[in-house]
Design a protein around this ligand. Structure first.
Ligand code: FAD
Length: 321
């Protein structure tokens, strides 16, 4: 059989995203001797770098969010992973000698590759109120599973009225002494069973028809000022040490939405091997359709995606076992 011709500068795997999912994929791919490039973006940092402390990553009792991501990066680079701080704008199909592959276009260039792993994460919608951004990790959170234990016996607020907000408010009552659920309407949008549980929970009180106008506190959150939407002259200050905001999660999937199947909420549909609907494109971490978005699940997905991509590349290069 004649050798398959593929241009020399072709990567085996290009990974898009420099969070836990992408970096774990990078570690596994480089260690499997794949010629791998990771494009970590330059517009929005990994979500995990936004949090002060993680205490639910197995084997590491407590570590800073930025620090754990740097540790992942160092380990992956030690196996030969190449990393560039470039933002991907487009991924499209191209012919690479005798085979088909992908071109990944960034703000500074374009890279040709046999396969792509998309690990672009997601972003929690902001409320858009003053001081919200600077208080992230200092009382403002977008993840109760991550941060609830820091609020044991403290009073917190939850903003939102959908399934996630109500579910997380109920979860927070395991730790917090009181949870005030702030919602801009006079009834919840969450499913009936969640609503019933929330109403029956003695630790949850409701601030109906209200929007958060300001986050209070200097070095950390000390409260929120809310305004009644039906009676705009009426404001109230609620003393809380934590504010959990659940007004929508937006997956960063714009760059692939024309190329792979996306679910109704905008997440990439990937199977258990992290394969997408497009040949040679794999996905992992918070940008895929799944039920738990955490560092440990992103890392697990990343390892699987790299393994699947490596098998795929071996197949394309005609080296399948
Ligand atoms: C405040 C907060 C606290 C948290 N606390 C915890 C916790 O305690 N424990 C826990 O397990 N989880 C926690 N999480 C969740 C955790 O951060 C995520 O589950 C995890 O970071 C997902 O990893 P990921 O690699 O899928 O995505 P991310 O970490 O979000 O990384 C996405 C990467 O993709 C890059 N990117 C996006 N678009 C592009 C593009 N077009 N081109 C190039 N690069 C791009 C970004 O720059 C980033 O590098 C927390 C999240 C938040 C917001």
């Amino acid at each position: 059989m004649a050798d398959i011709q593929i241009p020399k500068d072709t990567y085996d795997i290009v990974i898009v995203g420099g969070g836990p999912g992408g970096l774990t994929a990078g570690l596994y791919a480089s260690r499997a001797d794949m010629k791998t490039l990771l494009l970590e973006g330059n517009a929005q940092a990994s979500q995990i770098t936004m949090t002060d402390m993680i205490e639910n990553y197995p084997g590491i009792p407590a570590i800073g969010g930025f620090e754990i991501n740097e540790t992942f990066k160092k380990q992956a680079v030690s196996f030969g992973l190449e990393i560039k701080p470039e933002q991907v704008s487009r991924i499209h199909r191209v012919q690479l000698g005798d085979v088909e592959g992908w071109e990944v276009v960034t703000d500074r260039g374009a890279y040709r590759t046999l396969s792509v792993i998309v690990s672009t994460g997601a972003a929690w919608s902001r409320l858009g109120v003053p001081r919200e951004e600077e208080m992230v990790g200092r009382g403002i959170s977008y993840c109760a599973t991550c941060d609830a234990p820091f609020y044991r016996n403290r009073e917190v607020a939850v903003v939102g009225g959908g399934d996630t907000a109500v579910q997380e408010a109920i979860y927070l009552t395991k730790f917090a002494s009181k949870v005030t659920l702030i919602h801009r309407r006079d009834r919840l949008r969450a499913t009936a069973v969640l609503q019933q549980r929330a109403v029956a929970n003695e630790k949850i009180t409701f601030a109906w028809d209200s929007t958060v106008e300001e986050i209070l506190g200097e070095d950390g959150v000390t409260g929120v000022r809310i305004r009644n939407v039906k009676d705009p002259g009426r404001t109230e200050e609620i003393p809380v040490e934590g504010v959990f905001i659940f007004v929508g999660l937006i997956p960063n999937t714009d760059i692939v939405k024309e190329v792979v199947d996306i679910d109704a909420d905008g997440y990439i549909a990937a199977d258990r091997d992290m394969k997408t609907s497009a040949e040679g494109i794999f996905a992992c971490g918070d940008c895929i359709s799944k039920s738990l978005r955490q560092v440990v699940t992103a890392c697990g997905d990343g390892a699987t995606a790299a393994h699947s991509a490596s098998l795929y590349v071996d197949g394309v290069r005609g080296q399948a076992y």
